[in-house]
Design a protein around this ligand. Sequence first.
Ligand SMILES: C[S@@+](CC[C@H](N)C(=O)[O-])C[C@H]1O[C@@H](n2cnc3c(N)ncnc32)[C@H](O)[C@@H]1O
Length: 255
Amino acid sequence: MRVDIISIFPEYFAPLDVSLIGKARERGILDVRLHQLRDWAHDVHRTVDDTPYGGGPGMVMKPGPWGEAIDAVLATGPAEPPRIIVPTPSGVPFTQRLAMEYAAEPWLLFTPARYEGIDSRVMAEYGARTRVDEVGIGDYVLAGGEVAVLVMVEAVGRLLPGVLGNARSAVDDSFAPGAMENLLEGPVYTKPPEWRGHEVPEVLLSGHHGKIARWRRDEALRRTAGNRLDLLAALDPASLDEHDRRLLKELGFPS
Ligand SMILES: C[S@@+](CC[C@H](N)C(=O)[O-])C[C@H]1O[C@@H](n2cnc3c(N)ncnc32)[C@H](O)[C@@H]1O
């Protein structure tokens, strides 16, 4: 997969050299290309922002440099343009489902902003030529979109074939479509079996795959009921078996 990122802080993306994503880049699974937005600002100060029309605090990123930068990136790729992802707290929520959708794309272009964001005409311009998604990574406001892009590239990158050591890891993750859809993963343990007086739940040592699977599902239901009532409410009733329903009733959530 090719990923282009245009930013006024390309150095912010140094973490993409590290760990799983760094290895995916070394192995050619992920081709990340960074671009300095200011290379397309032509005044002596390489200005990329200006005051907002309509007044108000803060500055808005000018359409000119963004348009030139995006055109230049598009010119280096195939005729089929990339899917453009514009991080913004006012966008649609970034979810595991969206990460999976992005992982199936051949080419993504991220446009992390600073200040109060990018002049909206940029999204209108490219929205007429390709898919432009305005995406938020959570209900809080960051100083800039770079961290949001790091989050998204990591979530997408680990789903690319060959990146995770064991492809099953992604299937069992919290939020993974299928058995874990709308469920959080429960607690995990490793050796030793006892640490500072805390014991690993016995069932995990039993070697009984059926019982272990049942225990994991119970813990996933417990954790979801404890931490995310919104996800619990979104559970498909058809995905619940008798045991699930009994457990949820015990937890105070009769279906
Ligand atoms: C200070 S924020 C602008 C916030 C804007 N005034 C608003 O309230 O929607 C600057 C930039 O940080 C990025 N950003 C901030 N919070 C974000 C979030 N939750 N998700 C994705 N991007 C975010 C976006 O690129 C945004 O344009």
